[in-house]
Design a protein around this ligand. Structure first.
Ligand code: HEC
Length: 140
């Protein structure tokens, strides 16, 4: 979940760095399934996650003075798992990726379309208070 939410924007759910941002950073986000990353020691990975990498797009995560690295060790465990990640896991992660406001609006429109209404319901309160139009007068 943490990876999908915080790291996948650049690194991709599969760690291969094939995202719009990851590809266009200089230096670009590496393919983390490969030796370059996998040959780093656990300690090196921990230092990178905590401190970031100077002069690159890789930010520092969390409080570098914190003694509790349990979240970071889970991330390192996950990085080690990247070369063997399954399609099922990738599908699960996709649902946890942050969505941009534009994608969010698009998704709402699609949902509204699929559920049969014309536009996303922005004022749910109007639903319980339908307008009552007086019956049309018949022309004499
Ligand atoms: C804003 C984009 C961005 C985000 C978000 C990001 N990274 Fe990175 N990361 C990079 C870039 C770019 C590099 C490569 C820098 C370089 O070439 O030295 C990198 C490198 C790394 C490396 C070293 C890999 C190697 O082979 O050198 C690790 C480990 C890493 N990131 C972990 C993470 C984790 C864990 C997260 C989420 C908590 C994360 N990154 C989020 C951009 C990002």
């Amino acid at each position: 979940m943490h990876w999908a939410d915080h790291c996948a924007t650049c690194h991709g759910n599969d760690g291969r760095g094939q995202t719009t941002i990851g590809r266009n950073l200089y230096p670009k986000a590496p393919d983390m399934t490969q030796n370059r990353t996998q040959n780093l020691s656990d300690g090196e990975l921990l230092a990178i996650i905590k401190n970031g990498i100077r002069l690159t797009g890789m930010p520092a995560w969390g409080d570098p003075t914190s003694q509790d690295d349990s979240q970071n060790w889970k991330l390192i465990h996950f990085i080690r798992h990247l070369p063997n990640i399954t399609q099922e896991e990738l599908d699960q992660m996709k649902a946890m990726n942050p969505v941009s406001p534009m994608e969010h609006a698009e998704q709402q429109e699609q949902d509204a379309f699929l559920s049969g209404s014309d536009a996303p319901e922005t004022h749910p309160s109007t639903v319980s208070h339908p307008h009552h139009h007086p019956a049309k007068k018949e022309k004499p």
